[in-house]
Design a binder for this molecule. Structure first.
Ligand SMILES: Cc1ncc(COP(=O)(O)O)c(C=O)c1O
Length: 363
């Protein structure tokens, strides 16, 4: 009896129900849908094995294959499962394999777990293409270099892996977010490591409440500068630790201020307007991809200053906004309880939102 329980991956489901699910999945497996199993991908470049029959280019929406046509039985099954699609397990990529998201994966002695030694990048798709893929890959590679790590896949292979994973997760219809995570890998002594662990996770795009954009959002400040701030490393301890406080204060993010200088938010870059001059901190911050786009678009409309920003300058700022892949362009009207720009979203920020939206929609 014990054995049977161990044999079954779902011991809590009785035999009849097990047969039902087995029957369903057999049906799916025989249809053109790929079965739920693991799929091998080469972890390294040049492993020789062709790993997708046809190169999949995520940067081209035509490569995102539609679900194959099947018989009535396939559609009946799909229809019965469609209702649950959002709750269905997703898959992630780890060291060359695609696995269900709830599968225990990293070794417990991964230096990413024991020491937080790792980097990541976070991007999204826009109209079926990865938004600014070149920039994200470059930043990810540089973040890895900062920790003496190497991204184990080439840019092309990584694009293919993301594309394959998006198919496996049925992400063909909506845009989605992509998280790349690279750690040093397993460690024997808690300090050295040999083989990096590399994962790709796909996530739904998080929509912030509309009021954040229409009425503006709040920040609370913290005296802190991120460790190795130009890299997107895994140290987000303050962001997580102060999550409850942020919520309690109704703030959308933390604002990092160190040695009298305004730096960045915990998950976004900061911009301020003084009249028609757009200012953003230059050093001690992550060079956001959204920040880069804002600077490029805004230079045709405003005077730009990339420089140190003193804390006192926030009080005289006429407008403030955040930029990030997740928040896009989000107006800030209150910092630590003090109103910015009379507590209203300013016209210049609205202009930046408009420029950014046009740019992204036509990407
Ligand atoms: C600390 C920090 N700064 C800035 C950003 C904005 O970067 P991006 O525009 O590339 O999303 C992020 C994004 O997560 C971040 O974590």
């Amino acid at each position: 009896m014990c054995r049977r329980e161990f044999d079954s991956p779902y011991p809590h489901i009785n035999k009849k129900r097990q047969f039902f699910w087995w029957f369903l999945f057999c049906g799916m497996g025989e249809s053109n849908w790929k079965g739920v199993g693991e799929r091998e991908f080469p972890a390294e470049e040049g492993s020789g094995k062709p790993w997708v029959s046809q190169a999949f280019d995520i940067s081209h929406p035509a490569h995102v294959k539609k679900p194959p046509s099947g018989g009535f039985f396939d559609y009946a099954i799909m229809a019965s499962l469609l209702r649950n699609f959002k709750q269905m397990k997703k898959y992630f990529y780890l060291n060359g394999k695609v696995l269900p998201i709830d599968r225990p994966a990293l070794q417990i002695n991964d230096i990413g777990i024991l020491r937080g030694y790792g980097v990541f990048d976070f991007m999204r798709t826009q109209n079926g293409k990865i938004f600014h893929w070149d920039d994200h890959f470059k930043r990810f590679t540089n973040s890895a270099k900062t920790l003496n790590l190497k991204v184990p896949l080439s840019k092309a292979s990584l694009a293919v892996a993301i594309g394959e994973l998006s198919k496996k997760n049925h992400c063909q219809k909506d845009d989605f977010s992509v998280r790349l995570v690279l750690t040093g890998g397993p460690t024997e002594d808690g300090l050295s490591y040999k083989k990096p662990s590399f994962a790709i996770l796909l996530e739904d795009i998080y929509d912030f409440p509309k009021t954040c954009y229409q009425d503006g959002a709040k920040l609370i400040s913290l005296d802190y500068e991120r460790l190795l701030p130009e890299s997107k490393n895994n140290n987000y301890i303050w962001t997580v630790k102060l999550g409850a406080l942020k919520k309690q204060k109704g703030a959308v993010d933390l604002l990092y201020v160190a040695k009298g200088k305004v730096l960045e938010a915990s998950m976004a870059n900061l911009f301020l307007f003084k009249g028609a001059t757009l200012i953003t901190p230059k050093d001690g911050v992550l060079k956001g991809i959204t920040r880069k786009i804002v600077l490029k678009l805004a230079k045709h409309h405003f005077k730009i200053e990339e420089r140190d920003v003193k804390i006192g300058e926030l009080e005289s700022a006429t407008e403030v906004f955040l930029s990030s892949t997740n928040k896009l362009i989000m107006p800030i009207v209150n910092i630590d309880g003090k109103k910015i720009g009379g507590g209203k979203v300013g016209e210049n920020t609205k202009k930046i939102i408009e420029l950014y939206e046009n740019y992204a929609n036509n990407y």
